[in-house]
Design a protein. Sequence first.
Length: 130
Amino acid sequence: MKLLSRESDYAVRALCLIGKKNRVVTVSEITDELKIPGPFLRKILQTLGKKGFLESIKGKGGGFRLKRPLVKIALKELIEAFQGPVKFNDCLFKKKICPRKASCVLKGRIGSIERDVVRKLESIMMDSLI
């Protein structure tokens, strides 16, 4: 099980780089520094733009800049933008809700771990990763 997908990992790296430079950064600059394939990076940057993390600047001197300061972006928010809600157990059995969902001891324990992880991810602000 991976907590971070490759998309989320690259999104974290790209946001941190843009935040560190604190200016408009081109796609080629990001690909050169982070060694992320260009087409994959463009898709990630577009998603970051649609989700309100980045602003796209068109034309000569264009690129991407932060739409919100990194100090206001939690790692959890970024992960959810690419992977959906942080969930460890959906209690599904052959695509049907498990009949033991209400009395399952394992579900309670995994739920506790999940809540702890979510709290930790909410407390990690992107600026602390630079």
